[in-house]
Ligand binder design. Structure first.
Ligand code: ADP
Ligand code: MG
Length: 306
């Protein structure tokens, strides 16, 4: 493995016990994030994005496969994990302790790893008035709270920062500011980002590469311009056609009843076949494996061509 690989996910599998069977939230996900790179993970709600983030943080046990950070296997959470990966969740209010000053929250990764840091310095770095360190989360606006969460994720300058829908809970007017902050951080630090979002516009703005997820699998991964300008997987194409947000995905052709696979069942054939405009008999009977074309890979027998 090249030392440029910061995050290496190999065939990760996660199952949840559900009524009438287990749900395969990750069904063989492989993904690499290289040094200094931003890889976006996009896909509809429920496709497994947060589960992937939790697995990388060691919060979610794998049923199969492996995940390593800088060559070291992730097994459960340890204090040292705070040095390797920072996390920004969707809802900063939920991820900050309401009884702690935001200054104390921002320093938490340093306390966990025995490193002394200056909260005021990191506040300045994320565009907050350093005098705010003595405030409590409820005294800040949503955008300010997310800046605190970003500051905490960056405190130890970890090699990887995961952002799970970091702007989804914010007002539209604040989103652009937070995105610009993330962009500046990308430019200034050489940390890598795993950027999870269902908002394609922000993905295009921030990502170097994009992985498209559908029902627990990555169906296509490639450079941002390949994914946006010349997608191969019909699901990727459908996402782009429904842009700017995936909320409009409901406009996909309706699948006949029973044709969207139940994640509790072992899926035969391509999992997108029931909604796919290109689907043929083969797609319903045989699971496609990855086809690689240069920097891009996809799982499809009948890919889209320009
Ligand atoms: N703790 C859990 N227990 C049971 N099922 C879960 C749990 N967390 C997630 N799931 C299920 O796993 C699938 C993927 O969820 P998630 O990773 O949250 O998707 P996303 O972040 O893409 O919206 C969904 O079907 C979801 O209902
Ligand atoms: Mg999620």
């Amino acid at each position: 493995m090249s030392s440029d690989v910061v995050l290496d996910v190999q065939n990760a599998q996660v199952e949840f016990a559900g009524h009438g069977g287990s749900i395969r939230a990750l069904d063989g996900v492989s993904l690499q994030v290289n040094k200094g790179e931003t890889v976006a993970v996009v896909g509809e709600s429920g496709c497994g994005k947060t589960t992937l983030a939790r697995a990388v943080l060691g919060l979610q046990q794998l049923k199969g496969g492996s995940i390593s950070l800088q060559g070291e296997s992730v097994r459960g959470t340890t204090r040292r994990m705070a040095e390797k990966v920072g996390i920004v969740w969707q809802d900063p209010y939920a991820s900050l302790n309401p009884r702690w000053t935001v200054g104390k929250s921002v320093l938490e990764p340093g306390v966990l790893t025995g490193q002394e840091k200056d909260a005021r310095e990191i506040f300045t770095e994320v565009g907050l008035d350093p005098q705010m360190v003595t405030r409590y989360p409820h005294q800040l606006s949503g955008g300010q709270r997310q800046r605190v969460a970003i500051g905490r994720a960056l405190l130890l300058k970890p090699p990887l920062v995961i952002c799970d829908e970091p702007t989804a809970a914010l007002d539209l007017s604040i989103r652009a500011q937070i995105l610009n902050l993330l962009k500046n951080i990308q430019d200034e630090h050489d940390c890598s980002f795993l950027y999870i979002s269902h908002d394609l516009t922000t993905v295009r703005f921030l990502a170097d590469r994009v992985a498209v997820m559908y029902l627990g699998q990555i169906v296509e991964v490639g450079l941002v311009e390949q994914i946006f300008n010349d997608p191969r997987h019909p699901y990727t194409k459908a996402l782009l056609d429904s842009a700017p947000t995936l909320d409009k995905l409901m406009h996909l052709p309706d699948a006949p009843p029973g044709e969207i696979p139940d994640p509790r069942e072992k899926i035969v054939g391509c999992r997108f076949a029931g909604r796919c405009v290109n689907a043929q008999d083969r797609c319903r009977n045989e699971a496609p494996s990855f086809v690689t074309e240069g920097e891009r890979s996809y799982q499809c027998f009948f890919p889209v061509r320009k």
